[in-house]
Write a new protein. Structure first.
Length: 253
């Protein structure tokens, strides 16, 4: 798998992760980001977050490097002595649990519930990877694919996006955002973000600014062509994971 990680494939992965991150992040605010920008704009939105790129890139490299061609060892004698039939059943159970928890995450579960479920997901992932190792000969015979490649595909297609969505949940809980904006709109309306005004910056493209109105639980969209006197200030970010958890707002007008 590592031999196949060419610049072309890395570019495809980067594009895939960019689309997943940006689409899911803005989707939590009821925004179909592809209505307001194209693929290049999505990549730009993702590129504007250098820390996220470093986190995602490091995560991908660690997972791929960690999935060596040797068996993924788990020091659990009970698990190791399971018959192949029971291993197959356990694999399906763990996989269904993982997919179910992933769906719950995408549906916007409360952060207080999400935190303990994250540990369950991690154990399910470890169990799935180990089960794939134990079933390596069967997988090779039935599907003509090595256990190593299957683990790599599972990690890149499902595990990494799961952790990306976890990061999105964390970011959605960052209220207020660390950016403080001020601008005039249509020369008649003044908009200023911050805890005092219950308005928080979600993000911006070249054409639009997306702001979440917490008091109305609604996303507001302002066209940059009508924005005047635009200013941005940096303010200290608040504590992560407020007690109330992430709020899934109504769709913007």
């Amino acid at each position: 798998m590592t031999d196949s990680l060419t610049f072309k494939n890395l570019g495809i992965l980067f594009t895939f992760y960019s689309i997943v991150y940006v689409f899911v992040y803005y989707g939590f605010y009821g925004i179909n980001i592809f209505y307001y920008t194209d693929l290049q704009g999505v990549l730009t939105l993702f590129l504007s977050n250098t820390i996220k790129i470093i986190i995602f890139s490091s995560l991908v490299l660690l997972i791929v490097a960690g999935i060596s061609k040797k068996s993924f060892q788990v020091k659990n004698e009970t698990f190791n002595k399971l018959s192949l039939r029971r291993t197959i059943i356990l694999f399906y159970i763990l996989f269904i649990i993982f997919i179910g928890l992933f769906i719950m995450l995408l549906l916007g579960i409360d952060s207080r519930i999400n935190r303990p479920l994250f540990s369950i997901t991690a154990f399910a992932v470890i169990g799935i990877l180990h089960a794939i190792d134990r079933l390596s000969k069967l997988i090779r015979y039935k599907f003509k694919i090595s256990a190593y490649n299957l683990k790599a595909y599972f990690s890149i297609i499902l595990i990494v996006p799961y952790f990306m969505c976890q990061l999105i949940i964390s970011e959605v809980n960052y209220f207020p955002k660390s950016d403080h904006l001020y601008f005039c709109y249509n020369e008649s309306k003044t908009v200023e973000t911050g805890e005092k005004f219950k308005l928080y910056l979600i993000g911006k493209t070249n054409e639009n600014i997306f702001i979440y109105d917490k008091s109305k639980n609604q996303t507001l969209i302002f066209e940059m062509s009508n924005v005047k006197d635009f200013k941005i200030y940096d303010v200290p970010a608040p504590n992560l994971y407020p007690k109330a958890g992430a709020v899934i707002p109504d769709k913007g007008p």
